[in-house]
Design a protein around this ligand. Sequence first.
Ligand code: PEP
Ligand code: MG
Length: 839
Amino acid sequence: MIELPQQLVKIGAQATSKEDAIQQVVGLLAAAGNVDPAYIGGMRERETQANTYLGSGVAIPHGTPDSRHLIHRTGIAVLQVPAGVNWGEDADGPVHLVIGIAAASDEHLQILRRLTRVLGDEKLVEKLWTTPEAGDIIEALTGERPSAPPQAPRLGESQQPEQAQMLSGLPYSAQVTLPNPQGMHARPATMLAGMVKKAGGTVRLTRENGKSANATKLMEMLSLGLTQGTPLTVSSDNAELLKQVVDAIQAGLGDDLSLTSPPAGPPPSKRTPEWMPKSVGATVEGVNAADGLVVGFTRQHAPKPLIVTDQAGDPAQEAEKLDAAIKAADADLDNVISDVHAKFGADKAAIFGAHKELLADEGTIQDAVAKVLDGHGAAFAYQQATNERIDQLKKLDDPTLAARAIDLSDVQRRVLRHLLGIKEENVDTGGPVILLAPDLTPSDTARLGPDTLLGFATAQGGPTSHTAIIARGLGLPAIVATGDGVLDVPDGTLAILDGSAGNLYLNPSEADVAAAKERMAVLAAEREKARAARHEPGATKDGKRVEVAANINRASAAADALDAGAEGVGLMRTEFLFLERDSIPTEDDQEQEYRAMAAALGDKPLIIRTLDIGGDKEVPYLGLAREDNSFLGIRGIRLCFERPDLFLPQLRAIIRVAKDHPNVHVMFPMIATLEDFRRARATFDEVRQELGVGHVPLGVMIEVPSAALMAEQLAPEVDFFSVGTNDLTQYTLAMDRMHPQLARQTDAMHPAVLQLIKLTVDAAQRHGKWVGVCGGAAGDDVGCLMLAGLGVKELSVSTPQIAGVKAALRNRTSAELQELATRALAQTDAAAVRALVKG
Ligand code: PEP
Ligand code: MG
């Protein structure tokens, strides 16, 4: 962040004219050694080209590019003129803040971006016109109040390869080798940028080829194309910060250095096809991105180009527009994240977490703002700024890093759509087809589904692209990087797509279609076998029962769940009744929904969880206070204690239904202490007695480590436990479940989490109670086995997972599962636990 020392802010100045003000501001910059006094010529020249009045009594005189050689050091100076000074005809009033800019590079743009925000706050700007405190201006422009003078670097700690010092101009440097298996991708780069920004120093990364990047700028770092093993010079103005950064890089910046594969699961590599057609019109070879075999007709999909013309406008207004579009895109991404999280899980949602980071990249925004201030329209400026970065990424040698270009294009389109007022395009396939496209954005892919797609082939992209990762999540065959030839395939061409082999076969013979279908039949038979047995009770090979239930939130989903083999509903997340509307559902509304669900299930158990709002589940209309640590704050049962106006009607609605439906069970989320449970139960019992209803089975969700550790004390007082592995994992490992950089490590198969589940099961068994699991681990192919081995009696999973989980249980004896679980508890990390099953 650029500094604005006190001596560069002049409070209470008088200026007789614009020329006088410019002279004074250049005087400040020259006196501080930022510019040669002759720089004033550049500023005067700029005023003849464009008025530098920004709005709200603020002007930003700055030199022309030709005068840059007169700048010794980037800086800004502020002249406050309380009485105002005339800035010419284009200004809508006198100027009270003259912000002189001497920009050798683009560091000053952070301030300009801030300035556009400040301009939006009329009261603040007006205060700055007259404030006697230079600190107010410094804080508004830099985000920080001036404090003690910056710490002088300590002597003796420097390891300074001369060349690096020469390159970076920074006094301290050290050599490291990048250890990250996937190179410097968005997550580690974001972590590094955050660390440097927080420390407030300057850090540059320089490659052996001399290319260097400011470590606070995500895109600059990505553009270096740093792959695993790249030697790197890290330079800084602060020896301590340098050490911190070097340590963090060596520790992997949040990446798991033991992995050699990409984060979201290894993509299948090109292998010898298990099946090949004999006579086809043509074979389009690509790289396999997701396994599977389909036969169908092709259809091209080319996203409509967003036409951006450079519509120059008032820079302040354009900057505001850009700001609003970025905020709107950020809000969109929050919705996409919760949607993808619900559909495909946290790891896929993390992809869009990374999009938020690309969106927030300071360097890109500054660049766009600079273009706006140079008189370009917001859409044009943003497109240019992002295009430059997309092009840089595309050129990188490393396919994983190059694949991030499509992520940035996705983010770019999102922002441009807001700026141009264009709605998100639907990928209209006209029915299930094999989609052919230059590339698909992760957003497109996340909105596609088996009802619109049989599979896809893209000309560009890579197997580690986020698009490919989502395709694997969808269970659709996909190939990528076929080259542009695929774009010439006419719509309606009969084709066989073999995701496993990475090939698209065009115009196959009838015999080949028949053979492909036979092969598909074999694959489907395995899935079908599981499906056919879906109504069998969940049990191990030797007949030990493990109920497999569904996590559904709406009565309308009950029929599908039952048809998929659900033996009940192990988790009804009632907050969705609140989240999917814009006002609080009444007691009657709620009763209706719970009653419909209980009735749909007949005598199968229904576990209704009371409201779990807070954390990642925000309900805007409830007007809840924002919390710094929402996952650790007033969430779940804690909110219910605070808000009897929400809790009591819900309890009444549930209990009225329980009166007529003995299958209703109730459980409380986010119980951290015995006291929490007793308090919740006391309220529940009061309402129950008021309504004259007898016993309703009550359970506690084990989501907080303290609850697991207190299971022995809780067990005598509850009817059952249900482990929420999503939260239990986040709280045990202290890793935000939505955190894009931590998503891969936030694995419920970590032995620490398994230990807590074992404690819970053992305590429950001692008191004759049962334990279920309703978090994501229950539906995981390794998780379901480990949990059953630990003695869990019910696994509640998403509807499509039911048949597979039952089939997996049926394949192993209870002794085998127990043995697996015992070995899992002795492992040192989640990867080792998974390896016990996957080999
Ligand atoms: C969990 O935490 O595992 C759980 C099932 O609850 P939710 O995902 O709704 O927080
Ligand atoms: Mg939870």
